[in-house]
Write a protein that binds this ligand. Structure first.
Ligand SMILES: O=C(O)C(=O)C[C@H](O)[C@H](O)CO
Length: 324
């Protein structure tokens, strides 16, 4: 298993240094233009420059996460999606050329979403949460309403378009479940909200490039049997990437919590990944914002990560997993 960290953009800062100090060598990056100030990574030069920065800073750019450019036309099936898919193909080709082999993607047009970003957790640390009734009072998306069937059709079209290109370029595409796992959100149907839905998504292509970001916290929120899911998808070689965090509550009313403070037996989970032979990257997912730091980048401030990564590393060592 490869302990990794999600970086936003390509500007080295204290987080990069802290990651090196924690012994993290594998970087997962979001390189969208609004974060890098450079053209999107369907442009080879732009992508290659970012990769060089990571290498120079001592990291292997293992993969990408999130939308690397505006994906709403693809996700919602709107005019212009053919042009966007060409961009996506170029990005996949560039990934192959640069040896960046993992792409964590999602099919949420409005991204991961919370109704509350300032819930007081242990010792006053701040976490995010979601309440379905509150979300139903929020405005519809600026693109209007979309049914779950429409989103499934769009997802199927997307998979047909991208999977052959991903496979030809040696890129593993790791589908992230919908967070929150409930539908609709802002009037847009969400489709990847249960273990059964993830199976349906996987059934759309038998390409070896088609697999999962095993976002443990989201599957816990769904109230699924997470151990069984690790067994099944791990044995089938479909777990490409793992996100570790914990939550308290139900799909329609939950809050996040510290890695050691939720209902999940984290040791059992890490051992389960090991037992199914998972050898890919895993990362600490959303963490509480802690004393003395802003909550500006909800879930991704650094003190919670120092705690979370240390905790995960300890569990890995406890399971006999070496971290270089
Ligand atoms: O919602 C989740 O559980 C995620 O891990 C989503 C990530 O925060 C997102 O991909 C970061 O861009």
């Amino acid at each position: 298993m490869k302990l990794s960290f999600l970086f936003f953009g390509n500007t080295p800062d204290e987080k990069w240094q802290l990651c090196r100090q924690m012994g993290i060598h594998n970087a997962i990056a979001k390189l969208a233009p609004e974060l890098t100030g450079a053209p999107s990574i369907d442009d080879f030069e732009s992508f290659s420059k970012s990769k060089d920065i990571y290498e120079k800073e001592g990291f292997n750019l293992y993969g990408l996460e999130g939308d690397q450019f505006d994906m709403h036309r693809i996700k919602l099936g709107l005019p212009g999606r053919e042009r966007d898919i060409e961009k996506y193909h170029k990005m996949l080709e560039n990934m192959g050329r640069l040896g960046v082999t993992l792409l964590c993607y999602n099919f949420m047009a409005t991204g991961w979403y919370r109704t509350n970003k300032n819930i007081s957790e242990r010792g006053g640390a701040l976490v995010s949460g979601f309440n379905y009734d509150t979300s139903r009072q929020e405005p519809l998306s600026k693109w209007g309403t979309f049914s779950e069937n429409q989103i499934w059709d769009n997802y199927q079209w997307f998979i047909e378009q991208v999977m052959p290109v991903a496979e030809a370029n040696g890129v593993k595409m790791a589908l992230h479940p919908d967070d929150p796992p409930i539908s609709p959100v802002n009037g847009i149907g969400r489709i990847l909200t249960s273990a059964k839905a993830m199976d349906r998504a996987l059934s759309l292509s038998n390409s070896p490039s088609h697999g999962l970001t095993f976002c443990q916290g989201t599957f816990t929120t769904m109230n699924e049997n997470v151990s069984e899911m690790i067994q099944k998808h791990g044995k089938n070689g479909k777990i490409f990437f793992v996100h570790i965090r914990d939550v308290v509550g139900t799909p329609d009313n939950f809050r996040e919590t510290f890695h050691d403070n939720g209902p999940t037996d984290m040791f059992k989970m890490i051992k389960a990944y090991k037992d199914v032979g998972f050898d890919g990257p895993l990362r600490s997912d959303h963490v509480p914002s802690m004393a003395g730091e802003s909550n500006e980048h909800m879930g991704y401030e650094m003190k919670g990560n120092l705690f979370g990564i240390g905790y995960i590393k300890g569990l890995m060592h406890g399971c006999g997993i070496k971290t270089p």
